[in-house]
Design a protein around this ligand. Structure first.
Ligand code: CO
Length: 636
């Protein structure tokens, strides 16, 4: 069923998931109410991974999170799959597991069966209940007394004229059901008052089926000798890069053990990189809309919602796919086929110069290695794209597409907190703020982070012409002082330096983190969402490495009161200089919706770059050969 394991970082296969579940059930059966939130690889410690030799002993361990839906108690287990035993079992008080896949179906079924829900729809003139689309939203934590202690979903509703209709064109305004997931019942119907149901049809796929544009000629990607990468198990070798892919229910795609081959030496850059959390705070204060702020990683699991990708559509060229194995709510394994896509693509020019005096032209074509994965979270799609470049740089791009979340607006009203995208339909202002956890390893584990500001000198004796600017470099010495914001006027960036390695110029080898998509936090610091997603208030956090610190808003953000994750860990103000450290970068999209974002939104992107900064002694891509001109290049 699953291939033999070759590496301790390989994600759990189907048989291993089944075995972990069976071991936990045998030792700690919770009865009929037992639900599995997570069965995933318990990643081995770093020393084990760096010291691992192919064919050597390979630890296999599972982290299991399960809960009892009859009483809401949550448990964590560590399972040794080699020894076949549950190593630890602990009750985690006061937390809520993720919203499970089962809950998504349950929410609609429970709402549609409730007479109060029917009555609220009838007040809006809607009687055909089967046409009502009920979207499950995380409930957040607003201290409402009747919600305390329950595992909840909040809902928003739309109307579909037929099963494949775009329901987001027909928002049923003001109607929210609060669902108790464990009791499978409606806790409360919140009716905030209605707006006319907008009925203009806004389907996107079929609209032009008889009149598609006709001037799109075939564009084929041809790699006659195959791609330039090789894959063994989950390890990828491409040009001088080495990277290992992983996959889990929560983070989806994870990258491990990223290193660059310099001569005969593998030089580590990152130990691990993964999306640690994200939040989408909406800016409408009224109705039930103030509750809209999904933590799609921690509350739903972006891995659970990962697409099976399709050749020629999602990915083009010579593609290698990786499947993802997950556990369902009973702890049974299932496979997401083609969950991760690997390919290489042309990336424009790498470098070029024309000699002014001789006219000699030197140019090299760039290509990049792309590791990607796409998740559908309700109305939205998020595509994670990692790019590895020949010049030693790494880029991350989040591609956001899908359908805007909509609300109704009475005819003739001008929205204050949203944009009208169709008659009677508004899309509220919102942000998508991501946090990437970057477990850095620049030439080894001992690193430091330096904040680099560019400062203009005052005009005066040292700067008589007023043109001078220089650098101000500050070592971020401990965690509280390493919670930093971007600074436009200083063109601020952060350099992650090796504490031990020097380049030929005598400087510490380093990579530079470029914050390409900073987003200002607009939620009030005292708001529920800002307390729960404190990460969004700073573009940079740095922590001393601890293996349990993986999620920026804590392990259990669903319905949390806040304070977990980065703010809790950094309260200790651990020292950061010349130690094993983790960089957490918040970035995202500030989304004031446009009519062009509807009825389906073209991809918009947010991301960041890691550029070598003295990691090499010169441009490392001088050895890229000139392109063979095998293709015609001119059009008459
Ligand atoms: Co958006």
């Amino acid at each position: 069923m699953t291939p033999p394991h070759r590496h301790p970082l390989d994600p759990l296969g189907g048989e291993e998931i089944r075995r972990a579940t069976a071991l936990v059930r045998a030792a700690h059966d919770l009865g009929a109410g037992m639900m599995f939130e997570t069965v995933a690889l318990a990643e081995p410690d770093k020393a084990m991974v760096t010291g691992f030799e192919a064919g050597g002993p390979c630890p296999r361990a599972a982290f299991v999170c399960c809960f009892d839906r009859t009483d809401g108690r949550v448990f964590e287990a560590d399972v040794d799959l080699v020894a076949g035993r549950v190593v630890s079992w602990k009750h985690v008080p006061g937390v809520r597991p993720r919203i499970l896949y089962d809950d998504i179906e349950l929410v609609g079924r429970v709402a549609r069966a409730d007479p109060r829900f029917h009555a609220a729809l009838a007040r809006r003139g809607i009687t055909d209940i089967e046409k009502v689309q009920v979207d499950p939203w995380s409930a957040g934590n607003y201290g409402l007394p009747d919600e305390v202690g329950r595992r909840l979903c909040h809902t928003f509703c739309w109307y579909r004229t037929e099963p494949e209709d775009n329901g987001y064109a027909h928002p049923i305004e003001g109607l929210c059901a609060v669902i108790d997931l464990d009791r499978a019942e409606v806790l409360r119907i919140d009716d905030y008052g209605t707006a006319p149901l907008p009925m203009r049809e806004r389907n996107y796929a079929a609209r032009f089926q008889n009149s598609f544009r006709t001037d799109v000629k075939p564009l084929e990607i041809v790699q006659p000798d195959g791609p330039s990468f090789t894959v063994e198990g989950n390890a990828i070798l491409w040009q001088k890069w080495r990277v290992r892919v992983g996959f889990n229910a929560r983070e989806g795609l994870t990258l491990h053990d990223i290193a660059y081959r310099d001569g005969t030496r593998w030089r580590p850059v990152l130990h691990r990189a993964a999306l640690s959390e994200m939040v989408v705070p909406y800016g409408h204060p009224g109705g039930g809309h103030f509750r809209k702020n999904a933590f799609d990683v921690g509350e739903y699991g972006i891995g659970v919602l990962t697409n099976s990708l399709t050749l020629g559509c999602d990915c083009l060229g010579a593609i290698r796919y990786f499947d993802g194995w997950l556990a369902d709510s009973r702890g049974e394994p299932y496979r997401i086929e083609n969950a991760i896509c690997l390919h290489e693509e042309d990336a424009g020019i790498l470098w070029k110069h024309t000699d002014l005096f001789t006219g000699k032209v030197d140019v090299r074509r760039a290509r990049r290695l792309v590791v990607s994965s796409i998740a559908t979270v309700g109305n939205y799609e998020y595509g994670q794209y990692w790019y590895f470049h020949q010049d030693g740089s790494i880029q991350f791009e989040m591609k956001a597409t899908g359908i805007l979340n909509t609300a109704g607006i009475p005819d003739g009203e001008t929205p204050r907190f949203g944009s009208v995208v169709s008659p009677g339909v508004q899309a509220h202002f919102h942000q998508h703020i991501f946090n990437m956890r970057l477990d850095m390893a620049i030439d080894g584990e001992a690193n430091r982070v330096v904040e680099v500001d560019t400062v203009a000198l005052p005009m005066g004796p040292g700067n008589p012409h007023g043109n001078a600017f220089t650098l101000k470099e500050t070592v971020l010495a401990s965690e509280l002082g390493a919670q930093r914001e971007v600074e436009f006027r200083a063109a601020r960036c952060w350099r992650i330096e090796s504490s031990t390695a020097r380049n030929a110029l005598g400087r510490p080898t380093a990579y530079r983190l470029l914050p390409l998509s900073p987003v200002p936090m607009l939620s009030h610091p005292a708001s529920s969402v800002a307390r729960r997603a404190a990460f969004m208030g700073r573009q940079l956090w740095v922590t001393a490495f601890h293996p349990d610190e993986r999620h920026a808003a804590g392990r259990y953000p669903n319905q949390s009161a806040g304070g977990d994750g980065l703010p809790a860990w950094t309260a200790a103000d651990r020292p950061l200089v010349d130690t094993d450290l983790v960089v957490w970068h918040s970035f995202g999209l500030h989304h004031i919706p446009r009519p062009e974002d509807f009825p389906v939104q073209p991809v918009v992107t947010a991301g960041f770059a890691l550029h070598p900064d003295g990691f090499f002694d010169e441009n490392p891509a001088l050895d890229v050969p000139p392109a063979r001109s095998t293709h015609s290049c001119c059009v008459d």
